[in-house]
Each structure stands twice: as structure tokens, then as C-alpha cells.
Design a protein around this ligand. Structure first.
Ligand code: CP
Ligand code: NVA
Length: 306
């Protein structure tokens, strides 16, 4: 499967068919791997990975995913690059494009991945910015598909910050037309442009300050940390603002009995999610983390195959 877009900076760049096609392909790669189905579309290709923020899942799943596809991953913490000594992004993009066949980038501003995409000549994959986390939500769709079937049918709830994850869920809703209810405290609402785009796309979007209203009879409940990377100074203020937003047993009881609980991890037990819910029978977080590998392989194959 070839994508119309050259880069994956946001889910908005994908068509509905491409989102569904990537979910199907990721599942094929996942199920095929133990049976010996091991396509190597990245043979003789290298992927430059620039990380400006910490990572466990994204880094490891991309590095291992690239090698499973036959390619060579090259991890670079941005502080070790000349970027940290003010080498311009546009120069970095042109240089890396001479060596590597794609860039995987985790950074702060969305404009950083956009600039690398503009000035480089190879595909750029957003591995998380302050604004979006497209690879995570694409992987999460695979997890929903495995548990509940057609990803367009469930009712999705988001409890917590109107952050990068919430934004990517809104973009997924816009593409797939599903019902998405977001419970966010005042002052931590999603970006109005991203919200507006989803609201005018045909998806059913509800924004509320009441977690119980969002979760009522929902099929999929997702949450995330209250303080994202780069916001550490706001931790105290956020702890206060998000009180009442913990995904605990009482809140989960409002959802459908078979609802799945998702968290992109790392989790702060006792803050956005209780230990009991994270480790409980509705939680699919470990499969969710594994699925990063399979979905990102599908994405790289679709962007990089000759
Ligand atoms: N979920 C996620 O992106 O995890 P890491 O920060 O560990 O990569
Ligand atoms: N919203 C979180 C996600 C971490 C994977 C952050 O940006 O830190």
C-alpha cells in the first residue's frame, strides 16, 4: 500500500481508506511475523531518528521495527547533534536526507517536523510533538480493531488533558467519523482549530467538563498523563486542575461492561488512572504498547517502499 502523503506529520494527512488500510496491514504484519511472514521493504535503507524528548516505547519500537523490515535505524538524541549548537533545522534536514531514507522525529513544536519535511527530501514521521502523536493513535486503532472489530463503530471517550493525544484522537475521529467524547477541565481544552476540524467533519464530537458524561456507555476509554513532557513546571497547578479526572473503578463502571481502557504510557498510577483500572480486566495497555511496533512497520513500509 502506497500513501498519497509523503510524510506522516498528522493523521489529517491520511485518507479514510489509508487509515483503515494501515490498520489491516499492521494486523497482517503482526499475525504473520511468528509464522515467518517477514517482508523486508527497508533493505539497504536507513532511518535517522532525532529525539528531543525522552522515550521508551517509541524509540524501541521504531528501532526494532526498522531492523525487522531489513533497514538500519540510527538513533540520535538531539543534544548530541550540532542542532544543539544552533545548526539550523533546514541544514540538518538537507544533510540527513543525503544519508538516510527517512527521518523519525520526536520534538516540541509541530513546526520542527514541518520544517524538516519542507527542507529535507525524504519522508518525515512524527514520533510525537506537543501538538500530535499520530503513530500512537494509529497504533491504538489497531488495538481497538483487535478487541472490538470495526474501528468506526465504537463510542470513544477521552478523559484528561486536551493534549497531543487528544488532538490525534480528534483527527482520527475526523477521518473515521466515529463518536468521540472528550472530558477536559477548563483551561486544558483541545486546540480550537483541531476541535473545529473534527466537528465539521461529520464525526460526533462532545466536549464536556464532566468525565462521567464522556464515559457513559462508552466502548473505548483513553487517558494520558496530566503533565506532558515539557510542562514539568506546571505539575502542581495541573494536579489541582485535574482533580476529579482520575480514571478509577467508579468512573469505569459508567462505561459498557466490555469497555477497553487505553493509556499510551508512561502512566502515573493514582493520578490520571488508578492502579486497579490500569492492571484490571478492561485494560489493554500492554497490547497497546506492543502494537506500536506493528503499526509503525506498516507506516514505514507504506511511506518508504520503492
Ligand atoms: N507512548 C509513548 O510514546 O511512549 P514513550 O514516550 O515511551 O515513547
Ligand atoms: N502527552 C504525553 C504523551 C507521552 C507519550 C507527552 O507528550 O508527554
Amino acid at each position: 500500500m502506497k500513501l498519497a502523503t509523503k510524510h506522516l506529520l498528522t493523521i489529517r494527512e491520511l485518507t479514510t481508506e489509508e487509515v483503515l488500510g494501515l490498520v489491516a496491514r499492521a494486523l497482517e504484519l503482526k499475525q504473520g511475523w511468528p509464522k515467518g511472514f517477514k517482508p523486508r521493504p527497508l533493505t539497504d535503507k536507513a532511518v535517522a531518528m532525532i529525539f528531543e524528548k525522552s522515550s521508551t516505547r517509541t524509540r524501541v519500537s521504531f528501532e526494532i521495527g526498522v531492523s525487522q523490515l531489513g533497514g538500519h535505524p540510527l538513533f540520535m538524541a538531539s543534544r548530541d547533534m550540532q542542532l544543539a549548537r544552533s545548526e539550523p533545522l533546514r541544514d540538518t534536514a538537507r544533510i540527513l536526507s543525503r544519508y538516510a531514507d527517512a527521518m523519525v522525529v520526536r520534538t516540541f513544536g509541530q513546526e520542527v517536523v514541518e520544517e524538516l519535511a519542507t527542507h529535507g527530501s525524504v519522508p518525515v514521521i512524527n514520533a510525537l510533538t506537543d501538538k500530535y502523536h499520530p503513530c500512537q493513535v494509529m497504533s491504538d486503532l489497531l488495538t481497538v480493531h483487535e478487541n472490538l472489530g470495526d474501528v468506526r463503530k465504537p463510542v470513544y471517550a477521552w478523559v484528561g488533558d486536551g493534549n497531543n493525544m487528544a488532538h490525534s484522537w480528534l483527527e482520527a475521529a475526523a477521518r473515521l467519523g466515529f463518536e468521540l467524547r472528550l472530558a477536559c477541565p477548563e483551561g486544558y481544552l483541545p486546540d480550537p482549530e483541531i476541535l473545529g476540524h473534527a466537528q465539521t467533519s461529520g464525526a460526533k464530537i462532545l466536549l464536556t467538563n464532566d468525565p462521567a458524561e464522556a464515559v457513559e456507555k462508552a466502548d473505548v476509554i483513553s487517558t494520558d498523563v496530566w503533565t506532558s513532557m515539557g510542562q514539568e513546571e506546571e505539575t502542581k497547578k495541573r494536579l489541582k486542575a485535574f482533580s476529579g479526572y482520575c480514571l478509577d473503578r467508579k468512573l469505569l463502571e459508567k462505561a459498557k461492561a466490555a469497555a477497553i481502557v487505553m493509556h499510551c504510557l508512561p502512566a502515573h498510577r493514582g493520578e490520571e488512572i488508578s492502579e486497579e483500572v490500569l492492571e484490571g480486566p478492561n485494560s489493554v495497555v500492554w497490547d497497546q504498547a506492543e502494537n506500536r511496533l506493528h503499526m509503525q512497520k506498516a507506516i514505514m513500509e507504506a511511506l518508504m517502499e520503492d
